[in-house]
Design a protein. Structure first.
Length: 364
């Protein structure tokens, strides 16, 4: 049977649980890299969160560059807050530059000076201002929404399964959150409200995939303490293998359109307005599929193995299998019974059978 056939039928025997320590180390390494980037590099936070004024200069059929726009912005007396960004291509090409929050009079003044420095008409420069108080309110609401989401998830899985599985699911979600945020910090994409929406979306996807695996774990481990047919790590590993094909299918189906959105829409076509949403979806879906297989269930197994009844179960399963191996007859190398040995009576003739005319062979 081919590997793909066994994968499709859920009959693979990949050791996810037995090798969980190496996956823990891989996750810790990724988390360490992301945390260091968040601490020392930070985020490219949009004006929706921190407030400020944004200028968008139409740069179609011009030689304007982000660097020249930053230099022109500095000459207006209001230097740019962060690097200027180029979005779009061709007729939709624009250069976006941000500065601190300005009054309406200051916006008009900067708009006129910026157009003069760049050699473009002032009315081709659009502006967008957000107050710092509104930005801080958006940030607070986003954090509150994330905390409420995690609390509801923990409560649901505790009621549906048990608190140990809730801890495993929450560990996977926090793992996905840190790595997704770290990738945003490393790449330097702008953090916008669309990013928060995408983040909640990928956390929901990761939770769905994890619950599917947990449901199979609960099914395989039902009455496992009474029957002692397998240990809890074996039941969990079997569940992950049985749901592996489903996880691969859902991940690929979700990743392919998001990859098109990110690499074709934002990369090739230059649609900058969607790249913040596309990146968080792509990274989150990929890391969510990883954590549901290699992190959530192994954490549950480690918590379960701390309980005396499950440690005793593992010992009973091993003893039961050892007894079964000893009870099996050693068939290999044993000769078949020989009825021609001396002292063995000859079989009685069948009724009505004619006596053989051949003389009996004498034995020495």
């Amino acid at each position: 049977m081919s590997v793909f056939t066994r994968l499709y039928r859920g009959e693979t025997r990949i050791e996810f649980i037995g090798t969980r320590r190496r996956w823990y180390l891989a996750s810790l390494l990724l988390i360490a890299i992301c945390v260091l980037s968040i601490v020392f590099r930070g985020f490219n936070v949009g004006i929706d969160f921190k407030g400020g004024t944004q200028f968008q200069i139409k740069a179609a059929n011009t030689s304007l560059t982000p660097k020249s726009v930053e230099e022109a912005m500095a000459k207006t007396g209001h230097p740019s807050d962060g690097a200027a960004q180029e979005v779009g291509s061709g007729a939709t090409r624009q250069i976006v530059v941000k500065t601190q929050e300005l009054t309406l009079a200051e916006v008009n003044t900067v708009q006129t000076k910026l157009g003069s420095e760049l050699g473009v008409k002032a009315d081709t420069i659009s502006t967008d201002s957000v107050s710092s108080s509104w930005g801080s309110e958006i940030t607070r609401k986003a954090i509150q929404g994330l905390i409420v989401f995690l609390v509801v998830v923990f409560a649901y899985i505790t009621l549906r399964f048990e608190w140990k599985m809730a801890v495993g699911a929450l560990t996977a979600l926090l793992h996905d959150l840190i790595i997704a945020a770290g990738v945003y910090s490393i790449v330097g994409f702008e953090l916008t409200p669309s990013t928060v929406v995408g983040l909640l979306t990928i956390l929901g996807f990761s939770l769905y995939d994890t619950v599917v695996v947990f449901d199979k774990v609960a099914e395989n481990s039902k009455d496992i303490l009474a029957t002692a047919r397998m240990s809890y790590p074996e039941a969990a590993n079997l569940a992950v293998n049985q749901t592996l094909m489903r996880s691969i299918n859902t991940s690929l189906i979700s990743l392919l359109p998001v990859a098109g959105l990110l690499f074709v829409g934002a990369g090739l076509l230059g649609v900058g307005t969607i790249k913040d949403l596309a990146l968080i979806l792509f990274v989150g879906l990929a890391i969510g599929a990883y954590s549901s297989l290699f992190l959530a269930t192994p954490v549950v197994v480690d918590l379960k193995q701390r309980e005396p009844q499950y440690r005793g179960l593992a010992k009973r399963v091993q003893a039961k299998r050892a007894s079964a191996r000893l009870a099996e007859p050693a068939l290999v190398g044993v000769p078949a019974p020989d009825r021609t040995l001396r002292g063995t009576p000859a079989p009685a003739p069948k009724p009505g059978a004619r006596p053989s005319s051949r003389p009996a062979r004498k034995r020495p």
